[in-house]
Design a protein around this ligand. Structure first.
Ligand SMILES: [Zn+2]
Length: 280
């Protein structure tokens, strides 16, 4: 048993790609100006404005054709993407950026602390910098974002909340949408997860990691949320909610309780891992 664990452990230290990352998913209207154009797990969002489109998350290097198919199936033009944003600088959310920027001429707007990671193709990532399997095509950042900066286009305003820890510049996006006469607060969680192998105690490369995660949970707890979304469909039960949505439940993605429960669960997971690493 012990021998088996020794062989299994090095593999388990890395986040494993899931088949759902590349499984196509029907694009659909979430609320107001906001649409889903990702796969069964890698979430991409399209924000539609009279002045063009904003895309959040370019996903894997292989993802842009799939995202494009979704955008066009919804009746929008790929070349109308004016701004590209990301949840955080890991290859499953930003490896497709170089292609999308080239094809659309969009401006790439990235949180300050993730800029060097996207511009180096992952080589300055605090955890995976020397792991070539986590690298991706470098992409130039046109606008460096800072905590609480807004991204505006055609009257739509998104706010970038620095929720670091998972990467140094992990960004949680918020936007208010009107749907059916209601104002709905949308939260797109950047990632609250402590990956296998992350060092929370005595991390010489990223000394602030624990303080950053604590700040992230304080921010996530402070955000008003009606529509709960995130960088992975798994965060917010995309498949289950979409099934309800397809069956006529237009409020399937309105889930303030689910958001609170998710943040509490991830916060507890972080505290448990911190206690384990602290020897408590
Ligand atoms: Zn990640």
């Amino acid at each position: 048993m012990l021998a088996l664990m020794i062989f299994v452990l090095p593999v388990a230290l890395k986040a494993q790609p899931s088949p759902d990352w590349t499984t196509p998913f029907p694009p659909f209207h979430i609320a107001g100006n906001l649409y889903y154009v990702g796969t069964a797990d890698l979430a991409s969002y399209l924000v539609v404005t009279p002045k063009g489109l904003i895309l959040i998350n370019s996903n894997l290097a292989s993802s842009p054709p799939l995202i494009r198919k979704g955008v066009e199936a919804l009746g929008f033009k790929w070349s109308d993407i004016k701004i590209l944003l990301i949840s955080h600088a890991h290859y499953d959310h930003c490896a497709g950026s170089a292609t999308i920027l080239k094809e659309t001429g969009a401006k790439y707007e990235v949180m300050d602390a993730d800029v060097s990671v996207v511009e180096s193709g992952g080589r300055t990532d605090f955890q995976y910098g020397s792991d070539a399997t986590m690298h991706f095509a470098p992409a130039h950042v046109d606008r460096v974002l800072h905590d609480a900066d807004t991204v505006s286009l055609g009257g739509v305003v998104l706010t970038a909340h620095l929720t670091a820890g998972h990467t140094r510049g992990t960004t949680t996006w918020t936007v208010d949408e009107r749907e059916g006469g209601r104002l709905l607060h949308v939260v797109i969680v950047g990632s609250p997860n402590v990956n296998p192998g992350y060092k929370l105690v005595g991390n010489a490369v990223y000394p602030r990691i624990t303080a950053d995660y604590k700040h992230e949970f304080a921010v996530l707890n402070s955000l008003p949320c009606d529509i709960f979304l995130g960088a992975h469909g798994g965060y917010f039960d995309l498949k289950e909610k979409y099934a309800k949505f397809k069956n006529g439940d237009r409020d399937a993605f309105i889930d303030p309780g689910g958001y609170k429960a998710y943040v509490a669960d991830r916060s507890q997971a972080f505290e448990t891992e911190l206690a384990r690493q602290s020897g408590r």
